[in-house]
Write a protein of this length. Structure first.
Length: 476
């Protein structure tokens, strides 16, 4: 009877699978592969399915040809004949992490405003941390993100699946690596050029005008592509009215509450953040903005990791040892100085916990909260490690562990339109899974204990991925 039950599940999966297939394996991937078999059974694991439902102990997951073929209690779901069996006693399986504010660049410190691009090493770290799908939430290198997306799809590099964002949509600015739009017609040309080149997302930035943003959104939506924004010149309410799909950094970039704000003019990040630090989560102005965003179906991305690096008294970010000394040491020195009380008072002491409270209030009101990490700022946000840390910070903000995991998996997949394939654990879905030691559904820090990362059914060794770049991130 048990055998029959397993066969039925596998057959049902064959009907339900939507374009699932095993990951192509190029020679460059082979040193990092831990499991590569057409039929795999993960037995006696705790399943955290990504929907926010309670975890289920002692389960078996069957992976067949890159897809989830069966999920059920181990007592009634035996491993199929010929399967590679992995005993998961004491381990948990959660969906591969789906995060939407990732970058393939990082501050170098060599010149203010100049960022170095480290695509290959960063992608290995993302994958090692359990990230199986990511959106690059901003692009300073033109074709790098797009080309790496294609190589990841072909199995030529060890990487998550990539939703590749085009170069920023911004007005006149001082960034040496960023284009300045001339007008709304230029915004339309920008969107269409990069969409033709293969970009699948767009991001507006701090000096864009309402007319340019509206034009960009209109062109992107014609092509069924989405637009997010780290805004300042345009308020959140204005962007929602224009049809923007997503806003970055929770409410930290909102300038809706700046007194006397001029249309299409950025009053400065500091001024905007001061109003957010003083904002009452239970006050009518904030609730009115939340209502607007929810009615307009605007998602918010939480990027608590980058703001933690600005906040005195917070722990040293994990994973700094992967960087070359020129990137690691300056940040560590600044962090130690802030921890010893040598730094001047910081607005982030107030802003950081307020950001947490506002994001929790938004989600509790029914808003769609996504997760990302943003490896920018002054450094300290390390791909892979920071994605795990983001889930921990969501729990610190007041979410339960399974809620935090849902934000970092299924919510991201739904926003990207990939939830029929990834983001949760269900029969027929792509086998993008993370096997961890421990139980993140009760102790979220266990997300750091990654044993194996499955991408399209192929199991990657996080230790091998990290070892391949350790101490050299910043060179390539």
């Amino acid at each position: 009877m048990r055998r029959f039950f397993s066969i039925v599940l596998v057959c049902a999966a064959a009907v339900a699978i939507v374009a699932a297939q095993s990951l192509p394996i190029g020679n460059a991937l082979k040193p990092f592969i831990k499991v590569n078999a057409p039929l795999v059974a993960l037995t006696h694991v705790r399943v955290i399915d990504g929907t926010g439902a309670p975890s289920r102990p002692d389960q078996t997951i069957v992976i067949k040809d890159g897809a989830i073929a069966a999920v059920g209690p181990s007592a009634s779901t035996p491993a199929p004949e010929g399967a590679t069996v992995i005993d998961g006693t004491g381990k948990s399986v959660m969906p591969g992490i789906v995060m939407v504010h990732e970058h393939l660049y990082y501050p170098t410190g060599a010149n203010p405003g100049i960022y170095g691009t480290f695509g290959v090493s960063f992608l290995r770290l993302y994958l090692a941390g359990g990230v199986t799908t990511m959106r690059t939430g901003g692009n300073l290198d033109g074709f790098l993100d797009l080309n790496l997306k294609q190589r990841a799809e072909r199995g030529e590099i060890a990487a998550p699946a990539i939703d590749a964002t085009a170069p920023y949509l911004n007005g006149p600015n001082t960034f040496l690596q960023m284009y300045s739009l001339k007008d709304e017609a230029d915004a339309r040309r920008h969107v269409n050029y990069w969409a033709d080149a293969g970009a699948t997302s767009f991001k507006a930035y701090m000096q864009i005008t309402r007319a340019e943003l509206g034009a960009a959104i209109e062109e992107a939506h014609k092509r069924k592509l989405k637009v997010t924004g780290h805004l300042c010149s345009v308020t959140y309410a204005e962007a929602a009215a224009l049809g923007i799909d997503n806003l970055e950094h929770g409410f930290a970039a909102a300038t809706d509450f700046v007194a006397g704000k001029q249309p299409d003019v950025c009053p400065g990040q500091g001024q905007g953040q001061s109003t957010i630090a003083a904002l009452d989560p239970n006050g009518a102005p904030f609730k009115a903005l939340v209502k607007t965003l929810i009615e307009k179906n605007v998602a918010l991305t939480s990027t608590l990791t980058v703001f933690e690096t600005f906040t005195p008294g917070r722990p040293l970010p994990p994973g700094m040892d992967v960087f070359v000394p020129q990137l690691r040491d300056p940040f560590v020195e600044r962090h130690q100085a802030a921890a010893s009380g040598g730094a001047k008072p910081s607005i982030y002491t107030t802003l950081f916990p307020k950001m947490m409270a506002l994001e929790l209030a938004f989600a509790r009101a029914g808003g769609m909260l996504l997760a990302g990490t943003d490896p920018t700022g002054g450094g300290g946000v390390v791909p892979g490690y920071s994605n795990q840390r983001q889930l921990e910070l969501l729990v610190e903000a007041g979410f339960t562990p399974v809620e935090a995991i849902r934000i970092g998996t299924l919510n991201g997949a739904r926003y990207l339109g990939r939830d029929s394939r990834v983001g949760s654990i269900a029969v027929g879905k792509q086998a993008d899974l993370v096997l961890v030691t421990g139980d993140p559904s009760t102790t979220i820090a266990d997300v750091r204990n990654v044993d194996t990362v499955f991408r399209q059914g192929v199991g990657f060794d996080p230790a091998a991925l990290i070892k391949s770049v350790a101490g050299r991130v910043g060179l390539w």
